[in-house]
Ligand binder design. Structure first.
Ligand code: NAD
Ligand code: UFG
Length: 361
């Protein structure tokens, strides 16, 4: 583990998650991250509307969210590019703030299908902004990514690090961030936060929610989990000759529930702060691919077979956050450990009903 100050992830300070109850629409609300945010918001007493076209998720997720929270989250099947329907949903549900997660997110696919990525991510966001403006809703939290930092020029990465993009997915995030900055500059009524996620991992403690990608996973944690369950035979480590302590890539893995709580803190901040704001959501600690394998083996009591493959094009040796701004300004810091990420993922995978395509229960 590499960290800025050599201390573990469990450095959490008390989160003040109390606040006003609001009516919040989550675009992409039945997806991996959106579903965990919905739980956090519903348990805080907010009214939550999940707006999703189900292109990468299932309506059963809404049922799982409601089973966890005993709250009535409303699910609306819709596309963010359908401006009229989105606007009528904002109006009929009396929405006061939006968390915008909907989008396509696979880097490799974005290189093959850039038009899909710009249409879904950039055009979809323009459609959302038009609908919000028409309804005079001007509080927005956007799911951005550490990908907007491009090739790291220094570590850890703070919010002042120059931004750039190395693929259409990253460029779509950067375009959206810039659009949102222009929108906030044009009208002081907007309150916008761009949250730059590092590497989300882990699942809900009930094992009802987690990340179960269709097809071959692109990301490390679901791939490791599928080798541990025996669904896949071997993990390919993409390069062991990086300039890192064990030669494998270093990343800042953050528990999805910590990430979700970061959205709650950002929303609370936006209530009293207009303008455009960017925050890193990471832990400040970095783990190597090899450390991830060992940690998952410990949590699951399973062997994770691996081989060493060539480096993946576009990968960097190391990427981890300086999360100080989120701590100082939002009062947020990640508190869950790597073991929490591995054990909750393992629990979720064991509970997943492959035949039904959803978590059991
Ligand atoms: P996800 O695919 O699980 O969730 C996205 C949801 O958006 C899906 O449920 C999908 O059906 C929905 N969606 C896609 N296009 C839509 C459209 N046009 N209209 C309505 N719904 C649509 O992905 P996730 O991991 O939960 O990611 C959520 C957001 O966070 C994305 O914007 C992603 O780019 C961003 N992000 C994710 C990661 C990560 O590693 N998971 C890292 C950084 C940023
Ligand atoms: N890795 C492997 N084998 C695999 C998958 C990944 O060795 O089968 C390695 C990668 O080379 C890297 C590390 O595991 O060193 C993490 O890879 P991920 O694909 O899980 O994550 P990335 O850091 O490459 O990218 C993720 C998201 C991006 C996002 C970025 C920053 O996929 O969309 O984090 O937020 F932009």
């Amino acid at each position: 583990m590499i960290g800025r100050n050599g201390i573990g992830i469990g450095i959490g300070i008390g989160h003040n998650l109390d606040g006003l109850s609001m009516k919040i629409l989550l675009t992409g609300g039945t997806g991996y991250i959106g579903s965990h945010i919905a739980v956090v918001f519903a348990q805080m007493g907010h009214s939550v509307v999940l707006y999703d076209n189900l292109s990468n998720s299932s309506a059963s997720v809404a049922g799982q969210i409601n089973a966890i929270t005993d709250e009535k989250c409303v699910f609306v099947r819709g596309d963010i590019r359908d401006t009229a329907f989105l606007q009528s949903t904002l109006r009929s549900q009396q929405i006061e703030a939006v968390v915008h997660l909907a989008g396509l997110k696979a880097v490799g696919e974005s290189v093959e299908k850039p038009i899909d990525y710009y249409a879904n991510n950039v055009q979809g966001t323009i459609s959302l902004l038009e609908a919000m403006e028409a309804e005079r809703i001007k509080t927005l939290v956007f799911s951005s990514s550490a990908t907007v930092y491009g090739q790291p020029q220094y570590l850890p990465i703070d919010e002042n690090h120059p931004t750039s993009a190395t693929n259409p997915y990253g460029r779509s995030k950067l375009h959206i961030e810039e659009m949102l900055s222009d929108v906030a500059a044009s009208d002081g009524g907007w309150h916008i936060a761009c949250l730059r996620y590092f590497n989300p991992a882990g699942a809900h403690e009930t094992a009802r929610l987690g990340e179960r990608p269709a097809g071959k996973p692109n990301n490390l944690m679901p791939f490791i989990a599928q080798v541990a369950t025996g669904e896949r035979t071997v993990l390919s480590i993409f390069g062991d000759d990086y300039e890192t302590p064990d030669g494998t890539g270093l990343r800042d893995y953050i528990h999805v529930m910590d990430l979700a709580e970061g959205h709650a803190m950002a929303l609370q901040f936006l209530i009293s702060n207009a303008g455009w704001h960017a925050f890193n959501l990471g832990t400040g600690q970095a783990y190597s691919v090899m450390e991830m394998i060992k940690s998952f083996e410990k949590a699951s009591c399973q062997k994770v077979a691996f081989n060493v493959a060539p480096r993946r094009p576009g990968d960097v040796a190391a990427c981890f956050a300086n999360p100080d701004k989120a701590m100082l300004v939002l009062g947020w810091t990640a508190s869950r450990t790597l073991d929490d990420m591995c054990s909750s993922t393992w629990h979720f995978y064991q509970s997943f009903d492959n035949a039904a395509g959803k978590a059991k229960g």
